[in-house]
Design a protein around this ligand. Structure first.
Ligand code: NAP
Length: 317
């Protein structure tokens, strides 16, 4: 068992910023980075709206800078998957990974959110058989776009992610069709316009996928598309499918341990990152279903570190 002042769980903009501030407050934080260090920005192409980078920067480059800045001031980073936490008895808290147990005077939760899938049969591999994911189906254009060179592909969704993924895929693919379940987009005006005006981007309105066609584990060759107004279904051939239908918070290990809303986002006190448990803080996308931006996540990471520092100080003596 290792005892720490502050343990930070998760390594996106929120976690690294919390680590930077906690390190500069001489709290010698430990940051546990999960299976996707750097969080969602690691699967993002150009980030054009993070202040301080007028020319834009790629998500992975930005996250490397965050990480370097956090370690420069003494943050210790370990790779691990947190399997359990014990907050019930108050501070010090227990945080367990598969092969370690940490004791922490304060804990900052910044586990972020994960890409949502459609939940159709054969989407992901299961115990009963292989899936299409990685075999023509993807939830990350940045990671996989390259493999779809000269193909005609579909992007599912009507938000900023779908517009961004579709526009990005035009670099490789001969045609990109955005499949959206309504006839109006949720995406911001600038992202909409980029996609709507792109000669390689087409739209399939009032449509949703109702099945994947092909051989799971080998190759996706098409999809069954359902008209959301008439209910009619038809089969469409495609070279690939990219899902961009939003995210869900990574809060499974906090069920029954921290208060959550009906979508699983952690609940913090109004205007603060403090949870209902003294000494436990939540920042970034794990507690924000509204803004969900790198800059707001970073800001809330800063808030969490400052709140933790002041609370730890108040506990001394
Ligand atoms: P989002 O805004 O929640 O949009 C999800 C889209 O997927 C919506 O159009 C939704 O349809 C559709 N959808 C959800 N479930 C579906 C289902 N089961 N079947 C079919 N369609 C489904 O998610 P997002 O696009 O990932 O964006 C999340 C946040 O990140 C937003 O705040 C966004 O502004 C931000 N973001 C910003 C940038 C940027 O500025 N560069 C890039 C990416 C994301 P409905 O519209 O009908 O609900």
């Amino acid at each position: 068992m290792t005892a720490r002042n502050v343990v930070i769980i998760g390594s996106g903009p929120a976690g690294y910023t919390a680590a930077l501030y906690a390190a500069r407050a001489n709290l010698e934080p430990l940051l546990i980075e999960g299976q996707q260090p750097g969080g969602q920005l690691m699967i993002t192409t150009e980030v054009e709206n993070f202040p301080g980078f007028p020319e834009g920067i790629t998500g992975p480059e930005l996250m490397q800078k965050f990480r370097d800045q956090a370690t420069r001031f003494g943050t210790e980073i370990v790779t691990g998957w947190v399997t359990d936490v014990d907050f019930a008895g108050g501070s010090p808290f227990q945080v367990r990974t598969r092969d370690q147990e940490y004791e922490a005077a304060a804990v900052i939760v910044s586990t972020g959110a994960t890409a949502r899938l459609l939940g159709l049969p054969n989407e992901e591999p299961t115990d009963s058989g292989p899936g299409f994911m990685g075999h023509g189906l993807s939830a990350c254009a940045t990671c996989d776009g390259f493999f779809f060179r000269d193909k005609e592909v579909l992007v599912v969704g009507g938000g900023d992610s779908a517009m961004e993924e579709a526009t990005f895929l035009t670099r490789f693919c001969s045609k990109v069709t955005i499949v959206h379940r309504r006839d109006t987009l949720r995406a911001s005006k600038i992202m909409q316009e980029r996609a709507l005006s792109h000669e390689k981007v087409d739209f399939m309105w009032n449509s949703t996928l109702s099945g994947y066609l092909g051989t799971p584990g080998e190759r996706l060759t098409g999809v069954r598309v359902k008209d959301t107004k008439t209910g009619e279904e038809r089969d469409v051939e495609t070279g690939g499918v990219f899902l961009a239908i939003g995210h869900f918070p990574n809060t499974k290990i906090f069920q029954g341990r921290l208060a959550m809303d009906d979508k699983g986002y952690l609940i913090t006190k109004p205007g603060l990152t403090a949870t209902e448990i003294d000494g436990v803080y939540a920042c970034g996308d794990v507690q924000d279903s509204y803004y969900r931006q790198a800059i707001t996540a970073a800001g809330s990471g800063c808030m969490a570190a400052i709140e933790a520092e002041r609370w730890l100080e108040s506990q001394e003596g």
